[in-house]
Design a protein around this ligand. Sequence first.
Ligand code: 5GP
Length: 189
Amino acid sequence: MELLKQRILRDGKSLSKEVLRVDNFINHQLDPQLLMAIGVEFARRFSYGRVNKILTIEASGIAPAVMTGYCMGIPVVFAKKSLPKTMENPLVSSVHSFTKDTDYSIIVNRDYIKKGDRVLCIDDFLAYGSAAEALCEIVEQSGATLVGIGILIEKVFQGGGNKLRERGIRVESLTRIEELDEGVIKFCE
Ligand code: 5GP
């Protein structure tokens, strides 16, 4: 997606070979116009799939997921990172964060993702694939059908996207980065 690519080149900050900061328009300050264009693009790419629900993870997945849900006219569910006291028998999966070197659980109420649902998972970044795999596992546990995964920024060199594609999962990334380094952001052709 050219618009997102140009914005990453303008406002993204590549701090190392591993991590890209996009706080200026996706992860902290939000650009609603750009996020709406992202929603329109995901809605177009997954229009064939009879999707009736979007699943993401709090917090940074919520904004692009809501825009996509708005464009598709369907509800958006976000997995929580802490268990609300009142939630009984939730769907739970575990994520390993390579950037923070920690593990955390993601939790979804069984009332919101159910057998018969056709689910599109959305997240901001795809790196090693742990967060996306955890979303897939939540969908599997619920008995719903996974239609695909929509990602804003795939860091191809970290391998998560290919792992998922090898499992036969449709992964649509709006931008794909081949290489990062201090001050360098190189996209795949
Ligand atoms: P994965 O689970 O695929 O290794 O990493 C994906 C998750 O880690 C995303 O939900 C995202 O929040 C975070 N993440 C991974 N790489 C980056 C990065 O370069 N920049 C930012 N801002 N977040 C990242």
